[in-house]
Ligand binder design. Structure first.
Ligand code: AKB
Length: 318
C-alpha cells in the first residue's frame, strides 16, 4: 500500500487549505483529513476523513496504521487569545498532541512531521524589528510557552532519535476560504469581512500595533516547500522564522480604502493588545531564504485585492 499524508486539524484555518491543496496535487485518496469535529466544508469529504482527537495517542496510532501514513501535518493547537482563557487546556492540547506524533516517528510508524510554531515564541524582551532566527525568547502567553517548548522537543527528537521534523514560526495568517479562531492576529481577517458586510470595522488592536502577517497562499506554499525539501537542506530543526508582510491596523485599513474609499475604521483595543505588544513587528527570515529558497509573493495591496474579490464571491455580494 502506498504511503499517505495525514492532516491533523483539517477543518481549521490552515488545515482546510492545506488539505485541498495537497489533494489537488496528489489525489484525494492520498491525503487523509482528520479533525475532532465534522467539516463545515463538504469538499473536505472528497477524500478519506476521520474524526480524531489528536491528543488521543491510541486513536492517532490506529489512523496512522490504517492508512499507512508517511507524512503528518500536525495543525492542532489552541491559539494565543483562547489559550489565555484556558491555560491548562492549551498546554495539554498543544503539548500532548505533538509528543504523540513525535513518538510515532521515533517508532518509525510515520516518516516525517510538519508542526507549526509561531511568532508567539518571542516575548517582550525580544528585539522587535527584523527579529533574528536566534535571539532572546521569553514568551509571555501560554500559547507562546507551549510553542517554544514544542520547538525544543522537535529539535530534541531530531538530535536524539533522527526524527525528520520540520517547522515554521507562522506569522498571522490571512485567508478567505476558512476563518481563524482564537488568535490575536484574527483582526486582519475580520476586517475584510466587516468591510464588505458593514463598510466599517472596530479593531481590537490599536492603530499602530504592527505585527508580522502573511497571505494564506504564501503560507501553504511555504509549508509544502519546507516539508518536501531534501532533508539535508533543512538545517534548522527547531523552527524557521518566516516573513511575509508587516503592517498595523491603520495600514491595512488604508489598503482597503484604496479599493473601498467609504470604508471606516476605528479602534477599541482589548486584552489582545497586550499579547500583540509582546510580539515582534517584523521578522528576519534569511535562514529560510538561504536553506530552502523561501520568497513570499504577496504584498499588502495584492493580498487586499485577493481577499476582497474572493470574499465578495464567497459571500455572494455584488
Ligand atoms: C495567534 O494570533 O495566536 C496566531 C499566531 C500568531 O500564531 N495567529
Amino acid at each position: 500500500m502506498k504511503k499517505t499524508t495525514l492532516i491533523l486539524g483539517a477543518c481549521g484555518q490552515i488545515g482546510t487549505e492545506l488539505t485541498l491543496t495537497l489533494r489537488e496535487k496528489y489525489g484525494n485518496d492520498a491525503v487523509v483529513a482528520t479533525d475532532i469535529k465534522e467539516p463545515a466544508l463538504a469538499e473536505l469529504k472528497n477524500g478519506p476523513f476521520e474524526i480524531l482527537d489528536a491528543s488521543d495517542a491510541a486513536g492517532l496510532r490506529a489512523v496512522c496504521e490504517k492508512y499507512n501514513v508517511g507524512t503528518v501535518y500536525h495543525l492542532v493547537a489552541m491559539l494565543s487569545a483562547t489559550g489565555e482563557k484556558f491555560p491548562m487546556k492549551a498546554w495539554d492540547l498543544n503539548m500532548q498532541s505533538l509528543l504523540h506524533a513525535l513518538e510515532l516517528a521515533k517508532e518509525n510508524i510515520i516518516d516525517k512531521i510538519f508542526w507549526p510554531s509561531s511568532i508567539a515564541v518571542f516575548g517582550p524582551t525580544t528585539p522587535k524589528r527584523n527579529t533574528p532566527q536566534q535571539t532572546i525568547m521569553e514568551p509571555s502567553t501560554v500559547y507562546g510557552i507551549s510553542k517554544l517548548a514544542g520547538e525544543r522537543w522537535c529539535e530534541y527528537y531530531y538530535n536524539k532519535y533522527g526524527v525528520d521534523v520540520r517547522s515554521i514560526r507562522y506569522p498571522g495568517l490571512i485567508s478567505w476560504k476558512s476563518q481563524p479562531g482564537g488568535g490575536t492576529t484574527d483582526y486582519a481577517v475580520e476586517i475584510y469581512y466587516k468591510a464588505l458586510e458593514e463598510g466599517k470595522y472596530t479593531s481590537f488592536l490599536s492603530e499602530h500595533r504592527a505585527l508580522p502577517m502573511m497571505y494564506m497562499e504564501d503560507a501553504i506554499r511555504a509549508t509544502i516547500e519546507l516539508t518536501e525539501a531534501p532533508s539535508d537542506q533543512v538545517k534548522v530543526r527547531s523552527s524557521y522564522n518566516l516573513a511575509g508582510i508587516s503592517f498595523d491596523p491603520a495600514t491595512i485599513g488604508a489598503s482597503i480604502q484604496k479599493l473601498m474609499p467609504e470604508f471606516e475604521l476605528d479602534f477599541a483595543p482589548d486584552f489582545r493588545e497586550e499579547i500583540a505588544a509582546s510580539w515582534p513587528e517584523s521578522i528576519d527570515d534569511s535562514a529560510a531564504q538561504a536553506d530552502w529558497n523561501w520568497t513570499p509573493k504577496y504584498d499588502l495591496d495584492s493580498m487586499t485585492e485577493a481577499m476582497l474579490s474572493n470574499l465578495k464571491t464567497k459571500l455572494q455580494l455584488s
